[in-house]
Design a protein around this ligand. Structure first.
Ligand code: ADP
Ligand code: MG
Length: 241
């Protein structure tokens, strides 16, 4: 499969704080790739570097083989990179429908708008039921669904998700993972940060593990599920001596 996104020796800083250290990632078209790592290891920073919210000081981020150096956030979205916003960053005083319209904004409201709406409704029947409701009055799980639906309205090639299951009840977590898999099967590449390593490694093709800003492990998800370090650190297994 062709390479869709790549990090080549990327270093990022917040002031003096060196966060990502010579990080390399490669995400191929069609994959679900999961990013695991402890608190403050640089997972969200990775997502920010893809969108251009954080810029590399050294190294570069490439999309479809082209450097994103100097490319604005809006232009990245136009080229096909879409972030799933945290649920609390939806527009709370706008209806669900209006939030979906905002998702399609970068493409303009062409004839595909209705088509995309129908696709989103088939993935999220509950979103269709709540179209007129103000986003801020939805439950956490429903807001997460709207956040994903909103990102899909931009018809992304690459969907970037920062902890899509965070704060959701187990039923919603399972639904979200099912939907991620369906979206992927429909052709969208997915790069996601997840704390829920167990679930994430079941749907991901490959994964990377970040530790204090460095990639310490990567490989097929099935292999990482068997890895001792992963099992202890992320799959909640306690080693019995
Ligand atoms: N805007 C910011 N300004 C300064 N430091 C930040 C900022 N955002 C994150 N950090 C710091 O960068 C490190 C990595 O953060 P982050 O990428 O959010 O970690 P993760 O998502 O893996 O928990 C942390 O130490 C965090 O405190
Ligand atoms: Mg984070």
């Amino acid at each position: 499969m062709p390479e869709l996104l790549a990090f080549r020796a990327v270093d990022t800083y917040y002031g003096d704080l060196h966060v990502l250290k010579a990080v390399d990632y490669r995400i191929d078209a069609g994959e679900i790739v999961c990013l695991l790592g402890g608190n403050a290891s640089g997972k969200s920073t990775t997502m920010k570097a893809i969108m251009g919210v954080v810029l590399p000081v050294r190294g570069e981020v490439l999309f479809e083989g082209q450097s994103l150096h100097g490319v604005s956030i809006a232009e990245r979205v136009r080229r096909g990179i879409a972030p799933v916003l945290e649920a609390r960053r939806l527009f709370p005083r706008m209806s669900v429908y209006e939030n979906l319209e905002m998702g399609a904004y970068t493409r303009g409201r062409g004839p595909e708008f209705e088509e995309d709406l129908q696709r989103v409704f088939s993935l999220f029947p509950r979103v269709e039921e709540r179209l007129k409701q103000l986003a801020g009055t939805l439950s956490g799980g429903e807001q997460q669904m709207v956040a994903i639906a909103r990102a899909l309205m931009a018809r992304p090639k690459l969907l970037c998700m920062d902890e899509p299951s965070m704060g959701l009840s187990p039923v919603f977590v399972e639904q979200v993972f099912d939907i991620i898999q369906t979206i992927n099967k429909q052709g969208t590449t997915i790069f996601m940060v997840e704390q829920n390593a167990n679930m994430a490694l079941q749907i991901a093709h490959r994964a990377y593990v970040l530790q204090t800003g460095e990639v310490v492990l990567s490989g097929p998800a099935a292999e990482l599920r068997e890895n001792e370090m992963i099992r202890e650190a992320y799959l909640g297994e306690i080693k019995v001596a």
